[in-house]
Design a protein around this ligand. Structure first.
Ligand code: NAD
Ligand code: DAU
Length: 361
């Protein structure tokens, strides 16, 4: 039975990935989820896994060398899938330090612990051990708004925000372990994910939540920035395929051909809510185009992201399966059906965050 060490598994993509892996492999794998449970980590995302013999949660900080070494010492880990990170660009602009701490130094701790556990006396690594570093397309910087230029694995890194700079640094640390020690790792660089369990600081869940409550829908700048949206289950599948079928030492871009301007996303959410909410649902009267409010732009706002998934398609035959229209409907329905989840994550600290982030906009 393969044993996985997943970091950041209580967050948005990590929890969807763990669900995907148990749906796919059920009792053929074991997963240990290590998460610090920051504001973004929520064990409610994994409630249905409690009691499973092949799932364990460990509350720890990836920067804590001893805690991470202990997990490797006590378990024969076959796969590391490293999601844990500070992930929100706006927060990185206000408070960059924790981004460098977790994203850069935390990744180094993970690499060193895996290297120590997996390295043989001759400097090679135990057969079959693999580390996958989950990263972002934001490391490549911004594309012109021309609809025909794309991010490839060979695109030079040009990060602009403290978040993307910290992820770029972590990618280079992983690459240095691959190049120097022949450490058995892959790097994936993925576009914007959406789906269930995403924290409502990110565009899609924030707009759904505000629209239902009749609150302003903040649009940064002219609203025409472009992101390349990927349904989170497609990402989970891509990660698993890269880890099992990709060439060790290689990086793969995951995403593709789902480009939307932010304002289009907001219109789609409003239209979908108006379509699917029953007339007697009191929230329906709150949903209106009048809520759209253009606000001050994000500092250093990247204009366009777009991935060319040519390499992952050619080498391992992965491509996105969920079209945006289907994925956004599933996502909105999930948030409508899980209003308690939303209430829980937006109580407490979220109110302060929202006030600090949006009061001057
Ligand atoms: P998230 O913010 O929802 O979750 C991050 C998780 O990491 C949380 O559970 C948090 O508690 C945990 N964590 C944070 N600091 C930690 C620490 N020091 N020790 C242990 N755990 C810690 O993030 P997400 O959106 O799920 O992103 C996951 C990964 O995917 C990140 O590495 C991110 O850079 C990358 N990524 C995200 C997207 C996206 O669209 N969300 C796209 C491409 C890549
Ligand atoms: O591209 C991958 C990246 O996608 C990941 O690496 C990041 O972890 C993830 O957060 C995401 O980054 P973005 O900055 O693109 O996502 P966000 O949801 O914060 O913003 C999406 C777009 O919407 C962006 O152009 C900014 C804009 N926006 C966002 C918010 C929160 C608004 O106009 N209003 C808002 O209130």
């Amino acid at each position: 039975m393969r044993t996985y060490l997943v970091t950041g598994g209580a967050g948005f993509i990590g929890s969807n990935y763990i669900h995907y892996m148990f749906r796919k492999y059920d009792n053929e794998i074991r997963i240990i989820n290590v998460d610090k449970l920051t504001y973004a980590g929520n064990l409610e995302n994994l409630k249905d896994l409690e009691g499973r013999d092949n799932y364990t949660f460990v509350k720890a900080d990836i920067c804590d060398k001893e805690a991470i070494r202990k997990i490797f010492a006590e378990n024969d880990i076959d796969r590391v899938v490293h999601f844990a990170a500070e992930s929100h660009v706006d927060r990185s602009i206000k408070n960059p330090e924790v981004f460098v701490q977790t994203n850069v130094l935390g990744t180094l701790v993970m690499l060193n612990a895996a290297k120590e556990a997996w390295e043989l006396p001759d400097g090679t690594f135990k057969e079959g051990k693999k580390f996958l570093h989950v990263s972002t397309d934001e490391v490549y910087g911004s594309l012109p708004d021309d609809g025909k230029s794309y991010f490839y694995e060979t695109t030079p890194y040009d990060p602009h925000s403290p978040y993307s700079a910290s992820k770029a640094s972590s990618d280079f640390i992983v690459k240095s372990y691959i190049d120097t020690y022949k450490f058995p790792a892959n790097i994936t660089n993925t576009s914007n994910n959406y789906g269930p369990y995403q924290f409502p600081e990110k565009l899609i869940p924030l707009i759904i939540n505000n629209a239902l409550a009749g609150k302003d829908l903040p649009v940064y700048g002219d609203g025409k920035n472009i992101r390349d949206w990927l349904y989170v289950d497609d990402h989970a599948k891509g990660i698993d395929m890269v880890q099992e079928m990709g060439q060790l030492g290689q990086k793969y871009n995951i995403g593709g051909h789902n480009e939307r301007r932010n304002i289009q996303i907001i219109h789609t959410i409003l239209d979908t809510l108006l379509e699917i909410l029953p007339d007697d649902d009191p929230r329906k009267k709150n949903v209106s185009y009048d809520l759209i409010k253009y606000v001050e732009d994000r500092k250093g706002h990247d204009r366009r992201y777009a991935i060319a998934p040519d390499k992952i398609k050619a080498e391992i035959d992965w491509e996105p399966e969920t079209c945006f229209e289907e994925g956004i409907k599933k996502t909105i329905k999930w948030y409508l059906d899980n209003q308690d989840w939303m209430k829980n994550v937006t109580s407490g600290d979220y109110q302060k965050y929202y006030k600090d982030m949006y009061q001057d906009k």
